[in-house]
Design a protein. Structure first.
Length: 426
């Protein structure tokens, strides 16, 4: 039996031994039915939260009353206890977002399904629990969750009446006041699924401008028709995203595809000649950093996405080798792979001419092989000794130049590096 189920059964038994009810609820029940891996476990219980915290002193309360839950981490398995103290399990289920998220399973395997989740699960249909407008009124983020589940649950579709309820302008108005981190959390999950579909659903319901205003702003941004016969910057982004999600499951590369051209909508890029957008990758990186902060994305993830956006033109532009070697040193081979996958999709979403990409790919791989082989041929101290230089930024610059010579195959051994240094010294 799976470890997480074993643990869940232990917790349910412990609650029952104390005279309380307890049941597995929400995503875990849904994913068990679908045969999907369970990431976290939700348990609803009649025990008051204080009692749960007494039973599991390591558990931490999260949220604010009355919506407080207790979170307990056991190795890889996380459980969230939610108390319906004074009410019933059925009532707890009724206040959940979708029918397929509103089923419960007791310790003895009895299904509790007051909202018709089983039927919708069978048809792989996402539907608001009860009246859609009421659910959205209580919490407009449920619209974003609806599309996120459509993107991540395999072969699921959104029930038409649930989708159309999201079109009510009130939903957009209510959503605009929502903390960015709630959007960021759903977006992060959607990136693991059909992120293109997620975007299309937001777009189709008129919520794109609220949830991702920077992407909505790309609509109508014209580009050089020679490089971009596909149309405006929005269409380009959508095509690029569609290709990237076929090429890689990596969420950071997918996020970078979504965000790579956001700065094209900036006024100062409109002022330059149509289709130029000089420096949009630099401005884009700045913008993405701010967006990731608003969404409270994990630091490391946000840095990966930002650096991919920052350098997304390396694979497709005539790029001087120094830009490349510095980035390889800074971010490594895995990053280089992601960057070229992004670049490939970027080309296919535009002119489709893969020639500069292929040349740069060969150059980048050669540079990566050579830098890997060489390691650090000389360190800063040796550079200072050979050239009689004091400590300072100049030493770093010389080492970077030496990297370029290595990347171009001119220098392969420490002896050659010394000779190169004497020849090309300060
Ligand atoms: P996953 O963990 O894969 O994202 P999940 O269904 O567990 O899927 P969570 O966001 O972890 O999703 O939420 C756990 C459960 O809590 C949901 O299944 C649902 O029953 C309920 N829930 C979560 N967010 C809401 C909400 N905004 N409104 C109503 N119920 C919610
Ligand atoms: Mg969950």
């Amino acid at each position: 039996m799976k470890q997480e189920i074993k643990l869940a059964l232990e917790w349910l038994l412990a609650l029952e031994n104390e005279g309380y009810e307890g049941a597995l609820v929400g995503g875990a029940v849904r994913d068990l039915f679908l045969g999907l891996p369970i990431t976290d476990i939700d348990i609803a219980t009649s025990a008051p939260l204080e009692r749960v915290l007494q039973l599991w002193p390591e558990a931490k309360p999260v949220g604010k009353p009355p919506l407080q839950t207790a979170l307990l981490q056991r190795g890889q398995v996380a459980v969230e206890f939610c108390s319906y103290c004074g009410f019933s399990l059925e009532r707890d289920l009724a206040r959940r977002d979708f029918t397929v998220n509103a089923m419960a399973m007791t310790r003895l395997g009895n299904l509790v399904d007051p909202m018709g989740g089983e039927k919708d699960l069978t048809r792989r249909r996402l539907r608001f629990n009860g009246k859609a407008a009421d659910r959205l009124e209580e919490d407009p983020v449920r619209a974003v969750r609806l599309f996120r589940f459509a993107a991540t649950l395999p072969l699921f579709t959104v029930a038409p009446e649930s989708e159309s309820a999201c079109r009510d302008p009130k939903v957009g108005r209510d959503l605009s006041g929502i903390p960015g981190e709630r959007i960021g959390r759903e977006l992060l999950k959607a990136l693991e699924g059909d992120i293109g579909l997620f975007l299309d659903l937001l777009n189709g319901t008129g919520l794109l401008g609220i949830v991702l205003p920077e992407i909505e702003a790309l609509k109508g941004i014209e580009q050089d028709p020679e490089k971009h016969p596909e149309g405006d910057a929005y269409l380009h982004t959508r095509l690029c995203l569609g290709t990237v999600q076929k090429l890689t499951a990596d969420p950071a590369t997918r996020a970078a595809a979504l965000l790579h051209d956001v700065a094209k909508a900036w006024p100062r890029h409109q002022e330059t000649a149509a289709g130029r957008f000089t420096g949009h990758e630099q401005d884009g990186a700045e913008l993405v950093r701010r967006m990731a902060c608003r969404w409270a994305w994990p630091q490391e993830f946000s840095e990966s996405v930002t650096s991919l956006v920052r350098w997304h033109r390396i694979p497709t532009a005539a790029w001087p080798v120094e830009g490349l070697t510095r980035q390889i040193r800074a971010y490594g081979g895995h990053w280089l792979e992601r960057l070229f996958v992004l670049g490939y999709a970027d080309v296919l979403a535009g002119s489709g001419r893969l020639m500069p990409w292929m040349e740069n790919r060969a150059r980048a791989l050669a540079a990566f092989f050579r830098l890997e082989q060489a390691g650090r041929l000389l360190d800063g101290r040796e550079v200072m000794e050979i050239l009689g230089l004091p400590e300072g930024p100049r030493v770093g610059e010389i080492l970077a130049k030496l990297d370029e010579a290595v990347a171009e195959g001119q220098v392969t051994t420490p002896a050659e590096a010394r000779a190169w240094l004497v020849q090309n010294g300060p």
